[in-house]
Design a protein around this ligand. Sequence first.
Ligand code: SMO
Length: 694
Amino acid sequence: MTDRFRDPAPGALLRGAGLYCDDIALPGALRVTFLRSDEPAGRIAALDCTEAEALPGVAAIHTGADVAHIGALPVNEVMPLEADCAFPILAQGAVQAVGQPVAAILAETRAQGFDAAEAILLDIDAEAPPPPEAVASRDWHAGAPAAEMARAACRVSARIAHPRTAPLSLETRQIAVRPAAGGRLTIWHSTQTPHRTRSHLARMLGLDPARLRVIAPDVGGAFGMKASLYPEEVYCVWAAHRLGRPVRWSATRSEDFLSATHGRGIEMTGTLALDAEGRFTALEADIAAPLGHWLPNSALIPGWNAARILPGGYDIDALRVSARLSRENRAATGIYRGAGRPEAAALMERLVDKAARASGRDPFDLRIRNLPAPGDLPKSTATGQTLDSGDYAGALRRLREVSDYDARREAQQRRRAEGALVGLGVAFFLEPSGEGWESARVTLGAEGRAHVASGSSAQGQARARSYAAIAGEALGLAPDQVDVSFGDTLTDPEGIGAVASRSTAIGGSAVFEACRAVHAAQEAGETLPITRETRYETSGQAWGYGAYLVQLSVDPETGAPSVEAAFCVDDAGRVINAASVAGQIIGGFAQGLGAALMEAVRFDASGQLLTASLMDYAAPRAGDMPPVTLAEMQTPSPMNALGAKGVGEAGTIGAPAAILNAAIDALAPLGVEELQMPLTSLTLWQAMTRARQE
Ligand code: SMO
């Protein structure tokens, strides 16, 4: 990102040719260090910064009272809020979580900031954390689920407690702020949503958005964790504006574990009823989603998504789903790749697998029996969602074929007879991509090149290549004759951003429509250069979907799991960039595998974070990945101009559900019926040991 055009050359980021927030030269910038609470609850009895303020290099230290006037962060109210949502930039008289910023130090160097933090006298009267407080709730009802449950031929129940997970972007949270004359601020922010950063900052700080320029340079991973502003970041912008000096902050890895948003953490229970023919007749579920001590913009989305997506693609007329979101004295939770979709898929697919076992049916046949035929779409679900297009049963048939399922079942029986613990797990899932709008501005120049400016940015998804391909095809140019820019609120048009698997479907459709307008103007005789800007609105959500199969074995002695093979059938609608789609599925699968097998943010009973470094928090390595066989379906979505569907979260949604089902299938001969993620060797060994004793 050395000039305003994104490098469309493949591998530029992998070669270290990126320019990240912390690479931006900002002479004279003050580094911010936060002194954080080491208690989950308590009153601040003493906070004395006098000694620290006198240390070399320290320009200023701020505490709660200095920033008490800053407005609250807007929360995306997909459910009505039932509690007030304070957004303390720095603790106001009391602390609510371990890791909450209490004081902020502006110093010339990071080391001086650390020294000053140690010299601050902070005394917290620790208290027991209060019980969780209800923040939002919603119920979905259809038909008569209680009556259907009562007369069902078969009922199965399951409970899934998703551990909290850390999004773990390679680049931690970063921000750099440069003030200029007239109250202008240039803000480099490692974000998925630069326009949102600008509008929310303007609102919270009472600044004119026209004076704020937000630039998302290359972003080293985000996964939903960088779609909202953090208290630390708002502080940096306020401090630069207040002091008239450049300010920057980059989180340490431990600070990200402590105070970046966590994903998942949702607990779900559900019951599925079947009639004698194996048709699903009713579903009931309860979803409890933990929120942290403050609410990021996306706080309510995972619980809401988990509920509305839960029945998946299955035909179920009678349903009750209840979602309860409550605040606790811990780090905030927010969206993380999948954002409720993996939670929904894990519970639903566990219920379906249990139902297959309980009713003596084949897991593929039972799923196919309960999915709509292609001619039945579009259709409304019992939670009020409109599924746009696809061949769901066809995806399962395709999976059965590409995975050679029947031969694999036979091989499984042979290995079992020899004492092996090996399982096969199937999962079918949906991936709604976002709705709403994105914009694009396209200029066709006289020199035979085009420039595409998009409001939708990227974090290494090869977005520039996809947009160049879309524009090239629409304008009759080669992709390398198209320059693409995004991520700068000054030069690029307004946009929502790179969230919810929406960027190709909606951002790409905006590019396509702007190109069509340019082309039409050219045909009508307008002379070059021709510029057109489009604000493109989707007709509704495009629902990607997939069917995955995982083969997993468990070491009978140690419980160590090994994912031996994986097969992924995905329908991303019309595919623009096949390499990018494959990369998304494989990368997403790796994150899903991590959540299924090893990842968990752990707190002790007193609220202390036990997993504050990569020494304590396991993340998947290349060696943990199985060979993954990809197969695609392409059913264009009628919901956008390109016919594209989201696929950025697919692997993360399908992998945990399939892995969980495979692990339970592996241990089924011992009588194991339930396992909770992460499926570490300890978890599996304990389940095996308990089962052998019974
Ligand atoms: S979890 Mo995504 O960045 O919507």
